[in-house]
Structure formats: structure tokens, C-alpha cells
Design a binder for this molecule. Structure first.
Ligand code: ATP
Ligand code: GCO
Length: 171
């Protein structure tokens, strides 16, 4: 499964919690970016679709390899656009998305408060502009990022185990 959302939405925090709770193998999508992508974001320039393709391919490959061994995985990935999520799903039997969604002001405050991260808060608006919501045929759920990390992990795990799992909806 993928914990998705704009920069600073809490993906790493929640995904690590889910990994701990489920025992699934965890990966941080930022670690799959080519160095040039990190340098670009650090310099305050949003990535283009072209910049993101090799990164999405690498993430997909990582998931597909583990799925072939019967291993469940949880990763963080902004997965902002539908076409990116389509690429991420390639070759996988199923892929669930937990979308952390909430007010831009809350996210901006969190980004400003975080030290030593390459992503400048100024890039938040471009992330929000690029974001395309989960569509009804995508397996996923939208969670309110203003909830506490513990609460969000609970909500995610309940949804993952739940019978209502399927099309994207409010959780
Ligand atoms: N539910 C939450 N409530 C309060 N603070 C949170 C919550 N989730 C995350 N934070 C804090 O907000 C900041 C951003 O969280 P985090 O790094 O997990 O986001 P991210 O989506 O992984 O960011 P990026 O994609 O930019 O790496 C961190 O300082 C984190 O401690
Ligand atoms: O698609 C993108 O623009 C990137 O993945 C960004 O979202 C960052 O890597 C991440 O969020 C770190 O702040």
C-alpha cells in the first residue's frame, strides 16, 4: 500500500506507524529519487512529469519484486496525479492508497517546523496544484491529516482490514 499526499502531509510519520503495526516492509519514496530531483526541489523548482517517471518506475519495480515473493509492503509516495498512480499499479494485483488530506495552513506550519528536510515550504503550493484526488475506481481512502499520528494509523489499519475496502471514499 501507499501513503500518499503532498509534501509535509505526514506520509512518513503515518507509513512508519503502519509498518510497525502490520510488520510489512517499509520504504521511503524520497530515497528513490535521482540526485538531480532532490537538488531541483532543494533549489525551489517543482519536478515535472518527466523528472518523476524514472522515480515512479523504480518504486513500482521495488514493489513488484517484493510482491513476487509474497511480501506486503508499505511505502510513502506523494503519488499526486492519476497517471502516476496508474504507473505505480503496473504489474501489481492490488495497490491501496491512504491519502492524507487537510488544510494547506496546517501543512505549511508543519513544514516550517521541520528541520533538515530538503523540501522548501515554498513548493507546497505547486504540490497542491498538481494533486489529483483518488477516483472512484481506485482502491483507497482519504484520511484527515489533522488527526494525531496514532489515530491515523488506527484509521488506516481499520480500513485496510475492513469490508468497505474498495473504491476511494472519505474515511
Ligand atoms: N498527524 C500529525 N499531527 C501532527 N504533526 C504531524 C502529524 N504527522 C506528521 N507530523 C509532523 O509534520 C511534519 C511532516 O510530517 P512528515 O515528514 O511525516 O510528512 P511527509 O508527508 O512524509 O513529508 P515529505 O513528503 O515532505 O517528506 C513532521 O515534522 C511530523 O513530525
Ligand atoms: O512528486 C514530488 O514532487 C515529490 O515526490 C515530492 O512530493 C517530494 O519528494 C516529497 O513530498 C518530499 O517533500
Amino acid at each position: 500500500m501507499i501513503v500518499m499526499g503532498v509534501s509535509g502531509s505526514g506520509k512518513s510519520t503515518v507509513a512508519e506507524g503502519i509498518a510497525k503495526r502490520t510488520g510489512w516492509t517499509f520504504a521511503e519514496a524520497d530515497e528513490f529519487h535521482p540526485k538531480a530531483n532532490i537538488a531541483k526541489m532543494e533549489a525551489g523548482t517543482p519536478l515535472t512529469d518527466e523528472d518523476r517517471w524514472p522515480w515512479l518506475e523504480a518504486l513500482n519495480e521495488w514493489m513488484v519484486e517484493r510482491a513476487a515473493d509474497g511480501e506486503s509492503t508499505v511505502i510513502t509516495c506523494s503519488a499526486l496525479r492519476r497517471i502516476y498512480r496508474d504507473r505505480l499499479r503496473q504489474g501489481l494485483e492490488s495497490l491501496d492508497f491512504i491519502h492524507l488530506h487537510g488544510p494547506a495552513e496546517v501543512i505549511a506550519e508543519r513544514m516550517k517546523g521541520r528541520k533538515g528536510h530538503f523540501m522548501p515550504p515554498a513548493l507546497l503550493q505547486s504540490q497542491i496544484d498538481t494533486l489529483e484526488a483518488l477516483e472512484p475506481d481506485e482502491s483507497g481512502v482519504v484520511l484527515d491529516l489533522t488527526h494525531s499520528p496514532e489515530q491515523l494509523v488506527d484509521e488506516a489499519v481499520v480500513w485496510l482490514e475492513g469490508a468497505d475496502r474498495g473504491g476511494a471514499g472519505e474515511g
